[in-house]
Unconditional design. Sequence first.
Length: 209
Amino acid sequence: MNQTIFQIQQTLDHEKIKLIPLEIHHSSSLFEANHPEIWRFMLSEIQTLDEMEQWVRSAVRLREQEKALPYAVLLKDENRIIGTTRLFDINLEQRSCELGSTWYAKEFQRTFVNSVCKYLLLSYCFEDLGMVRVQFKTDERNIPSERAIERLGAVKEGVLRNERILSCGYIRNAAVYSIVNEDWLKVKQGFADRDQKYQTMGIGNSPAE
């Protein structure tokens, strides 16, 4: 694992979803997917195309600084960008990172999309990058997000008080979770079990956590 992961960011592929390196030209597609509710617990709020372009530029800049791997979420059947996610706070020496800054178009929330994206990213972290820790943080008020992270098999480690000041001025507490390399086989099996359950039920794809 070395710095080439930033110069040549790997595309992560699945039957229905592809995670592709986020680029400036994705801004308009992401703005089309935008909805005010997306930003309720996020660090910033996007209301205009210009703000979306600035948000994307900031994410791309983090990749150039070798601090993050931002992705656009492509729905393959429709060749449509429906959201974004990223790995950030990447520490190659300590083999750790955080998974977050994730959002999807409203119609794809609580669908198979989030499960597929998390599976692709976690597989990449533990099986390709050799990570020993992947961290998640979420606003303590965002109970659905906490439950979703817990269903992945992540372990809650505690709450960081006054962890971040949001763009609206609210000072949030952040719940911190992690999955470590010793957990990965069990977490991976959980993805497989959920997929099998919903295939048997005829749903076709497990809903997001």
